[in-house]
Design a protein around this ligand. Sequence first.
Ligand SMILES: Nc1ncnc2c1ncn2[C@@H]1O[C@H](COP(=O)(O)OP(=O)(O)O)[C@@H](O)[C@H]1O
Ligand SMILES: [Mg+2]
Length: 226
Amino acid sequence: MTDTQCPTHPRQPAVACQECFDELLEARDAAGLRMWGAARLAADCDDRFPRRFAAAAVDHPDVKDWVETWRADPEAAPSLLLAGAVGVGKTWQAYAALREAATTVRQHPRFINRVPGPSWEAVTSADLYASLRPRTGVDTEAVMETYRRVDMLLVDDLGAAKNSEFVEETTYRILSGRYDDMRPSIFTTNLPPAELKHALGDRIASRLAESCRLVVLDGPDRRRAK
Ligand SMILES: Nc1ncnc2c1ncn2[C@@H]1O[C@H](COP(=O)(O)OP(=O)(O)O)[C@@H](O)[C@H]1O
Ligand SMILES: [Mg+2]
C-alpha cells in the first residue's frame, strides 16, 4: 500500500475515496439524516425506471466517456444527445447513463448535504409537453421549475412532437434554464441532427449544438432483431 491509496479501500485514492464517502452517507442515512448513499440512490432508480430499461447498462464507448466527464465535474459536463434511427438502443443508453449519473455521489459542492442526493427526472417529450399544458387546478410553473432544477433530466424522443409555438417555447425554457444553471441533461432523438432545426426551431437547435455531446448510435433495429 502507498500513502496515495485509501487504507480501507486500497483500489481508491486516499484523498477522495468514493467507497468511504458512500459508507459515510449510508451511515448518515441509517441515522435518519436522509442523505442518500449509493444503495438508496440505486434503489430509487430501480423503483422509478421503466421496467424495460431497469437492467440497462452503458455499453457504448462514447456514452461511457460522457459518464466519466459527468463524474469528474457534474457542472462542467456537457449534456448528452443520443441520436439514431428507431430501435438502435437510444432509450436504453439514456437510462443506463442516467443510472450512472444518479447513483454517483461525489464530494462535489452541489451534492454535499443535498437531501436526498442528486435528483433526477426522466420523461418522454410527449409526457413533458402534456404535463406543462396550462390547465385549471395545476400549477404548471411549479412543474416547469422541477424540470429546470433537477440535477439530471432525461428527455426521451426530443423532436417527436408536432412543432408549435408552445412546444418551441417550452423546450427553450427548459434548455436555457438548465444551461444557465450548468445542469446537464440527457436527450434522445430519432431525428438526424440536421433535421432538429426544422422540428424544434433554430434557437433550440443551436443551443443543443452548443451544449451537447452528440453520440450517434447505429446498427440494426433491435426490436426487429428479436
Ligand atoms: N445495449 C443493449 N443491450 C440489450 N438490449 C438492448 C440494448 N439496447 C437496446 N436494447 C433493447 O432493444 C430494444 C430497443 O431499444 P430502445 O432503447 O428502446 O431503442 P430506441 O430508443 O433507439 O428506439 C429495447 O427492447 C431494448 O430493451
Ligand atoms: Mg426510444
